[in-house]
Design a protein around this ligand. Structure first.
Ligand code: FES
Length: 201
């Protein structure tokens, strides 16, 4: 083997060794960087969307789930409940939900998606000081409500009242309607709370 051939071989070996070391260096640096970007299990649990099985939720029934440490109610409203919503407007502080918090696709009188107008998905926390309102879903004067009660929810802390779309009535301390979280429906009777199609979920 001539000197020039031997030099050429050594150069190729050095280039190869340098490239391999370079690649190893990139991997060694990249792994801790990627893992530092992953949310911790605790952060994930606190903020991640939650899947709720609503396949057995019957008309007129309510179930409670949890998202971000807050109660989320899912209510399947009856046709009579939906009909009553249209009659409540004059008694409400924010009937059009202009001052209240909800995704755009729930800014309507039912405060629901067009796909499931009967289903109310709402964070079950009073917008006054954060108590959890109680069910008063029956129309009329049961459970301490007045004769003209149209059905909804009652906050025992300071007496705020909400209708079956979680819209606040006039003359109570709560300033706005209860919050509607982002949500979307999945196959198999599942509801995803905390994410929606508008955010590419
Ligand atoms: S916290 Fe509900 S009325 Fe005050």
């Amino acid at each position: 083997m001539s000197d020039s051939t031997s030099d050429h071989g050594r150069r190729r070996f050095l280039i190869g060794a340098t490239s391999a070391l370079g690649a190893a260096g990139v991997v060694a640096v990249a792994v801790p960087f990627v893992s530092s970007m992953l949310p911790s299990a605790r952060a994930k649990a606190a903020g991640a969307p939650v899947e709720v099985d609503i396949s057995r939720l019957e008309s007129g029934m309510k179930l409670t789930s949890e998202w971000r440490g807050q109660p989320v109610w899912v209510v399947s409203r009856t046709p009579a409940m939906l009909e009553q919503l249209a009659k409540n407007a004059d008694r409400l502080r924010d009937p059009g939900s202009d001052e209240s918090e909800q995704p755009d696709y729930c800014k309507n009188p039912n405060r629901s998606t067009a796909e499931h107008p009967e289903v109310l998905v709402v964070v079950g926390i009073c917008t006054h000081l954060g108590c959890s309102p109680q069910d008063r879903m029956k129309v009329g004067n049961s459970e301490g409500m007045p004769d003209d009660w149209p059905g909804g929810f009652f906050c025992p802390c300071h007496g705020s009242k909400f209708d079956m779309a979680a819209r606040v009535f006039k003359g109570v301390p709560a300033p706005t309607n209860m919050k509607i979280p982002p949500h979307q429906y999945l196959a198999g009777g599942k509801l995803l709370v905390g994410a929606d199609k508008s955010k590419g979920a």
